[in-house]
Design a protein around this ligand. Structure first.
Ligand SMILES: C[S@@+](CC[C@H](N)C(=O)[O-])C[C@H]1O[C@@H](n2cnc3c(N)ncnc32)[C@H](O)[C@@H]1O
Length: 178
């Protein structure tokens, strides 16, 4: 886990949280992405224990509640996002929220969840391998992990009038300042 980066990211997400209130949550998968209604990746949400990685303002968990999920669990790096999610989910029973980085287990039960998902959040991890290993440990055998992230072109191309301009190489990977 890259602690210095996580501290900077946490502060930034606290500052930016308001801009992301209910922005592209389920049934959307993020900006310019198809929706759950189009691609139907989740079947049988009813009665399931679900975990949202990077739950933001809680709107995707609210979607899960409205689809009949039994237990709603979420984690997010940002204190502001967790406070907002608490309010958004205040009428839902069985909600457990953690203010924590996805790179570490903040006390989530292992071998417990039917479904883990992450909507437009997992790309901000500083340690993808550890994050995926954590998520695997939370799931029951045969559980599902569904995630979305932006297409690599999304932040490489800028619209300038009627033209689309490449600002960065399509092939560049790794960390960058945002
Ligand atoms: C674009 S928002 C998506 C929110 C939410 N998934 C939704 O569907 O509305 C990205 C979220 O990821 C969270 N995040 C960023 N880095 C994180 C990390 N390392 N661990 C946990 N959450 C993180 C941010 O605080 C933010 O709430």
């Amino acid at each position: 886990m890259n602690s210095e980066t996580i501290i900077i990211n946490k502060q930034t997400w606290d500052e930016e949280a308001e801009r992301f209130f209910g922005r592209n949550p389920l049934p959307e998968y993020g900006p310019l992405a198809p929706t759950e209604e189009d691609i139907k990746l989740f079947n049988h949400i009813q009665g399931k224990k679900v975990l949202d990685i990077g739950c933001g303002s809680g709107h995707s968990l609210l979607y899960m509640h409205n689809k009949g999920a039994d237990e709603l669990w979420g984690l997010d790096l940002s204190k502001t996002q967790i406070h907002t999610a608490e309010k958004v989910l205040s009428n839902c029973p069985s909600v457990q929220l953690f203010e924590a980085p996805m790179e570490a287990n903040p006390g989530l039960p292992e071998n417990y969840f039917d479904i883990a998902y992450s909507i437009y959040a997992i790309g901000w991890t500083t340690n993808l391998q550890q994050t995926i290993m954590n998520i695997h440990s939370y799931l029951i055998s045969g559980g599902a992990f569904i995630f979305s992230w932006e297409h690599p072109l999304y932040n490489r191309v800028k619209q300038a009038g009627t033209e689309l301009l490449f600002q960065h190489s399509y092939h560049e990977e790794g960390f960058y300042d945002h």
